[in-house]
Design a protein around this ligand. Structure first.
Ligand code: ZN
Ligand code: ZN
Length: 368
């Protein structure tokens, strides 16, 4: 079948929107018609050569849509199901899956590293040449084929554009606060970096009952969003030292939970410095592949627990439906995080806007 897809052919910052071929779903795989696909900063890093991947590839890893067909042996979904796509589908029987750490699944990690599905091949091609996968999802396309474990069914009344956000940013940020950060009522929380992941961490902290919730960014617009979504205090780090403010608000101790969601050396250091002795530091951001990060060793003193996680220690198959329920109950605000919607043909403009910084989430939306 011919589909329109955004293909990264060279890591030169631009995607090629072109017609490519998609095969039929194989054993244990499902064909999903994409309804919406979020533009994540990790895509941008990949487009600029900061994260190594096999090219050409259909990128995008934050999508939702409707199951159109299933391959042999599929039992978890059926055609017509509304699904959000998880970039961490796990095999269920490797060393890590057996140890209860499915996010580290060896089968998924190996496939992801090569840009293929679990069987080591891809379903995309162009002129007979294979086109790789990205994060086992490849959602910047009209259709994709994913392992059935990656297609997480959702209630039908939950809008598919909001569902796309569950695929990466919201699950990562909410989980960063609630699962990795273990935020409890009245915990003091600081969130550094207020893109879609940080804003979701602010919401996770709010839903968990934290106070104060200090949001830090260098962009006033993002701080406005953070305030709207639950931050009790905001700091523009170009105007005021966020570490000093957090200490002021916490009897000089630092925050119970410090969450980093910007991916810079300076912000990782701020998160460490803004946490209290005995507190938790959750690092959600990531720097460019191979880049070293530095900070004074003394920051590591004081019994802090430091966690780095990419999916907020979430379990997508449990968390996506739970987050959909929170959204439908009006507790988790997702519409408010969608800054712009655009057609696939304009995806490069969307990434330019993302780079410009005045975007929480830009969504590629597809006609029904
Ligand atoms: Zn992402
Ligand atoms: Zn596994």
């Amino acid at each position: 079948m011919e589909i329109l897809a955004a293909v990264l052919r060279e890591p030169n910052g631009r995607l090629s929107v072109e017609e490519i071929q998609i095969a039929a779903p194989g054993r244990g795989e499902v064909l999903v018609r994409i309804a919406a696909s979020g533009l994540c900063h990790t895509d941008w890093e990949t487009m600029h050569g900061q994260q190594p991947v096999n090219l050409p590839a259909v990128i995008g890893h934050e999508g939702a849509g409707v199951v159109e067909a299933v391959g042999p042996g599929v039992t978890l979904v059926q055609p017509g199901d509304h699904v959000a796509l998880s970039w961490s589908p796990n095999c269920g029987h490797c060393f890590y899956c057996d140890r209860g750490q499915p996010i580290l699944c060896e089968v998924a990690t190996a496939a992801n590293a090569k840009g293929v599905l679990f069987d080591g091949t891809t379903r995309f091609s162009s002129d007979g040449q294979p086109i790789h996968y990205y994060s086992l999802v490849s959602s910047h396309a009209e259709r994709t084929i994913v392992p059935e474990q990656a297609a997480v069914p959702l209630r039908r009344d939950f809008p598919l554009d909001r569902a796309a956000l569950l695929g990466c940013a919201v699950t990562t940020g909410y989980g960063g606060a609630v699962h990795a950060g273990r935020v409890r009522p009245a915990d003091s929380v600081v969130v550094i970096g207020c893109g879609a992941v940080g804003l979701s961490a602010v919401q996770g902290a709010r839903i968990a009952g934290a106070f104060p919730i200090v949001a830090v960014d260098v962009n006033p617009l993002k701080l406005t969003w953070a305030e709207r979504l639950g931050a009790t205090h905001t700091v523009n780090a170009t105007e005021r030292d966020p570490v000093a403010l957090v200490r002021d608000l916490t009897h000089g101790r630092g925050a119970d939970v410090a969450i980093e969601a910007a991916g810079h050396n300076v912000t990782i250091r701020q998160a460490l410095e803004a946490s209290r002795p005995g507190g938790r530091v959750v690092i959600l951001g990531k720097t460019a592949f191979g880049q070293e990060v530095s900070f004074p060793f003394t920051i590591l003193m004081g019994e802090r627990e430091i966690v780095r996680t990419s999916y907020g220690m979430s379990r997508p198959r449990q968390d996506f439906p739970m987050l959909a329920d929170l959204s439908m109950r009006g507790e988790l605000h997702l519409d408010e995080m969608i800054t712009m919607r655009l057609p696939l043909a304009d995806i490069n403009r969307g990434f330019a806007e993302l780079q410009g910084g005045n975007v929480a989430r830009a969504l590629v939306v597809f006609d029904g």
